[in-house]
Design a protein around this ligand. Structure first.
Ligand code: NAD
Length: 488
């Protein structure tokens, strides 16, 4: 299995940064490396932006915002450019899926299915801004005219993680550009390739210079970017720890922040749930993408009376998951993305055992797969709510099954978390499902499934984040409200 030799997306300018509408030679001499999650070998090395490169990118975005046409264009005009970007991304979907699979290890069957969300987002926001109330006419009590206008928030920094590199960036870029903002993107150092593909599409679509800038860097570069006084807003997706750090840094100058952070979402099977119908959606993100998904359903709550029946069906399905080369179309679960992820997940499995939980399946490396960051899909039973494996985000294919006696206890256990990102409830009665969905303190719930749809808001309660991405709420993230009174 030699993934490194595969002919995957070769970005046009991995040796340069996209700044002010041009591909520029780096000033920094530092370099970053990408490693294959399957072979552990280096795939490529590429330049890391330093402070001087980031300064240039921010200056280009600032100039494009303060003096360029983009924020001043009619929304319908901006929409035309966004649709061009969507068309160009559509032409590159295979490249995007392959880059995702190559860098992250997510199965190609899944990445090919999910990449369509990228052009969808650009088309969605193009359509939305043609009817969005950028100017709302109102009246005061004294009869005077008031116009409440939505203006772009300014120059935005987009800082994104490695697990779903393009879609998490596309949520930000599509909405921010639609609002009239300009941007500096700093992708995750482990997964820059898709951001290059996006920059190529933006260049080809002919967006004005400086509207979108790309400076790949690691944590230090990210830290410099979020503190930059010319950045008006930081849009971040990543860990809760980094999100808190960013919120504190931005508080100093009250820069706007939106945060999409970690999760520990609960799936609640009510006593009338159809277990076999629930199985595919219980597993689609918690296992096949190696559990490296923020909205994975990683705590499953089942009625005590149906625990055995559930475990028989669920463990049977988990044991059947085909782990292997993510480029094999038959593979259902690839490796974890990097060595530190493998270490982290193994650490949590050890912690679960040490705290007295039972490994009902998995728990180790798959037989004969010691090269690559492979781990077995793992299920814990006999868990209690305070255990580390139940409270902390593992970000691997590790699920805990808990039981409950009545619906109040189910809701209490679901809410016993610092997180509140996603969730699901399974029942034959949609109204009962709705009532349970209202009881859980979380940003989204699906009744009888697991849906995240870019045209509808997504985001977190509690320590899972602030603000929403997707839907009209995602555009609200990138506008400021200005009130203009007519006094006479
Ligand atoms: P991470 O927080 O380590 O890094 C995310 C990004 O932030 C990277 O680009 C990184 O370079 C940058 N970064 C890290 N520290 C920084 C700092 N101090 N200042 C500025 N930038 C900094 O997260 P990760 O390991 O890349 O991603 C996994 C996490 O992301 C998980 O917790 C997962 O739940 C979360 N996530 C959330 C969502 C969501 O929509 N809520 C989606 C995907 C992933």
């Amino acid at each position: 299995m030699n993934m490194v030799a595969r002919n995957v997306a070769a970005p046009k300018a991995p040796e340069k940064f996209f700044i002010g509408g041009k591909w520029r030679e780096p000033i920094s001499k530092d370099r970053l490396k990408i490693f294959s999650p399957v072979t552990e070998e280096e795939i490529l090395s590429y330049p890391e932006a330093g402070r001087a490169d980031i300064d240039l990118a921010v200056a280009a975005a600032r100039d494009a915002f303060d003096n360029g046409p983009w924020p001043r264009m009619e929304p319908a005009e901006r929409a035309k450019y966004l649709r061009k970007v969507a068309d160009l991304l559509t032409e590159r979907l295979d490249d995007i899926a392959e880059a995702w699979t190559l860098q992250v290890g997510a199965p190609i069957s899944l990445t090919k299915k999910l990449v369509g969300q990228n052009p969808t987002l650009f088309n969605y926001y193009a359509d939305l801004i043609e009817t969005y109330p950028f100017v709302d006419e109102r009246k005061r009590d004294d009869g005077g005219r008031v116009r409440v206008v939505k203006e772009p928030v300014g120059v935005c920094a987009a800082i994104t993680p490695w697990n779903a590199p393009l879609v998490l960036l596309a949520y930000k870029v599509s909405a921010a550009l639609a609002a009239g903002c300009t941007m500096v993107s700093k992708p995750s150092p482990e997964t820059p390739l898709e951001a290059y593909i996006l920059a190529e599409c933006i260049e080809k679509a002919g967006l004005p210079e400086g509207v979108f800038n790309l400076v790949p860097a690691g944590r230090e570069g990210g830290d410099y970017l979020i503190r930059h006084k010319e950045i008006d807003k930081v849009a971040f997706t990543g860990s809760t720890a980094a999100g808190k750090h960013i919120a504190k840094a931005c508080a100093d100058r009250l820069a706007r922040v939106s945060l999409e952070l970690g999760g520990k979402s609960a799936a609640i099977l009510l006593d009338d749930a159809d277990i076999s119908a629930a199985l595919p959606s219980l597993m689609v993100y918690s296992m096949p993408i190696t559990g490296q998904v923020c909205f994975s359903l990683t705590r499953i709550l089942v009625p005590e009376s149906r625990e055995k029946e559930f475990l028989d069906a669920y463990l049977g399905a988990v044991k059947n998951i085909k782990v292997g080369d993510p480029f094999d179309p038959a593979t259902q679960m690839g490796p974890l993305t990097m060595a530190r992820q493998l270490e982290r997940v193994q650490g949590y499995i050890a912690a679960g055992r040490a705290e007295g939980a039972t490994v009902a399946c998995g728990g180790g490396r798959p037989q004969g797969m010691n090269q690559g960051y492979f781990i077995e899909p793992t299920v814990f039973t006999d868990v209690t709510p305070h255990m580390k494996i139940v409270q902390e985000e593992i970000f691997g294919p590790v699920v805990s099954v808990l039981t409950y006696r009545d619906e109040e206890e189910a809701a209490r256990k679901a809410n016993n978390s610092d997180f509140g990102l996603s969730g699901a409830v399974y029942t034959k009665d949609p109204e009962r499902g709705y009532q349970m969905a209202r009881k859980v303190r979380t940003g989204s719930m699906t009744i009888n499934g697991m849906i995240v749809d870019p045209k509808h808001p997504f985001g977190g309660f509690k320590q899972s984040g602030m603000g929403r991405e997707g839907g009209p709420e995602g555009l609200d993230n990138y506008v400021e409200t200005k009130t203009i009174h007519y006094a006479g």
